[in-house]
Ligand binder design. Structure first.
Ligand code: NAD
Ligand code: UDP
Ligand code: UDP
Length: 341
């Protein structure tokens, strides 16, 4: 009988990842908007493991319950299905504001909604921060620098953005989100932090995300041609998601209210990147050049002097290690998909 009870308990009691026991005074109530997305869900994992109370607000446009399902039911965790374009009334100490589609195909799918999310959504989160006296960190982007005329990009650079191009809904949306943060800081004394995030990759990127890392990995795993947009001479610098999460938490808990670049300065052309991924997987698929994307920034590399000096932060995960973990993740995803069909 006792054995049967234990067996039943095993079936019904959910095992959660380990969580630190924080004294009440150190435990914060933290809101993560976009917490069911790629970056957000990794941030959830770190803050939960550190012992905080975490509330995720997400409308599941590009995020998935699956990314945070291992926390569902935990006493420190709550998930709210909510669109940040609508006002939100909760009580929290810190807000990581990540809600916004991040991949070009997703943010271009409904540009008006993307603009509303960045503008009205950020306004609402700042209004919330003001009311409850919470500190707000905005997940801004290297896209505020547009197609940069300065290289590498430091935080002083004002950017070079086409305000009416196909990327504008995202770039200008984030630029106005930054503007609103500093207006609320100045006028209403809201404590703001602004992270300018450069290209980030890792497990839990959406299969149909459309960004270069997931595309090239999936194409190589399936033996399909790798699609390089344009010449492939354009460059990017990629950081692994755990490095970004460490940077976001360091910035949130610092006293730096001006924008800070968070990225890995190791720069590669997209053509080099196609070859690196192909070699890492050991695939023999071909690399083809297809039409260039409109307004595609030609060079991108963060100057991270500010983060290094003021936050004592810098990326530590080598590209090859991060790619290894991401490839393992997508290998499982591709298998799952094939089993379904
Ligand atoms: P993602 O698409 O995986 O996550 C975004 C999340 O926000 C999703 O869970 C989505 O469902 C949610 N969301 C979108 N619109 C919403 C709305 N109106 N209301 C509530 N939830 C909404 O993208 P990600 O890569 O995790 O990016 C997270 C944040 O980081 C974004 O703000 C993005 O702009 C920023 N960022 C990411 C990168 C990167 O390389 N991943 C680079 C620069 C900036
Ligand atoms: N807001 C919110 N949650 C709150 C407080 C405000 O979503 O807890 C929204 C509010 O609905 C408004 C926005 O944030 O749309 C800006 O609020 P603020 O109080 O700064 O300005 P006002 O309401 O006076 O326009
Ligand atoms: N890119 C590519 N093939 C793809 C997807 C993207 O060549 O299948 C290129 C894209 O044109 C850009 C770079 O890779 O130059 C990074 O694109 P991504 O969409 O990942 O991010 P972003 O342009 O926002 O930096």
């Amino acid at each position: 009988m006792q054995q049967r009870i234990e067996e039943l308990e095993k079936l019904t009691i959910k095992k959660y990842p380990e969580v630190k026991q924080l004294p009440e005074v150190e435990r914060k109530r933290i809101l993560i908007t976009g917490g069911a997305g790629f970056v957000g869900s990794h941030l959830v994992d770190r803050l939960m493991a550190d012992g905080h109370e975490v509330t995720v607000v997400d409308n599941f446009f590009t995020g998935r319950k699956r990314n945070v399902e291992h926390w569902i039911g935990h006493q420190n965790f709550e998930m709210i299905n909510h669109d940040v374009v609508n006002p939100l009334m909760i009580e929290v100490d810190q807000i990581y504001h990540l809600a916004c589609p991040a991949s070009p195909p997703h943010y271009m799918y409904n540009p008006i909604k993307t603009i509303k999310t960045s503008s009205i959504g950020t306004l609402n989160m700042l209004g919330l921060a003001r009311r409850v006296k919470a500190r707000l960190l905005l997940a801004s982007t290297s896209e505020v620098y547009g197609d940069p005329e300065e290289h590498p990009q430091n935080e002083e650079y004002w950017g070079h953005v086409n305000p009416i191009g196909p990327r504008a809904c995202y770039d200008e949306g984030k630029r106005v989100a930054e503007t609103m943060c500093y207006a609320y800081a100045k006028q209403e004394n809201v404590e703001v932090r602004v992270a300018r995030i450069f290209n980030t990759f890792g497990p839990r990127m959406h299969m149909n995300d459309g960004r270069v890392v997931s595309n090239f990995i999936i194409q190589s795993l399936k033996g399909e041609p790798i699609t390089v947009y344009g010449s492939g001479k354009q460059s990017r610098s990629f950081q692994y998601v755990s490095d970004l999460v460490a940077g976001l938490i360091a910035l949130m808990n610092s006293d730096i209210s001006s924008p800070v670049n968070l990225g890995n300065p190791e720069e590669h052309t997209i053509m080099e990147f196609a070859q690196i991924i192909k070699d890492k997987i050991g695939a023999d698929n071909e690399i083809i050049n297809v039409d260039a994307a409109q307004d595609d920034p030609q060079r991108r590399k963060p100057d991270i002097t500010k983060a290094k000096t003021l936050l004592h932060w810098e990326p530590v995960v080598p590209l090859s290690d991060g790619l290894g973990k991401t490839i393992d993740y997508f290998r499982e995803e591709v298998k799952l998909l094939q089993n379904k069909n």
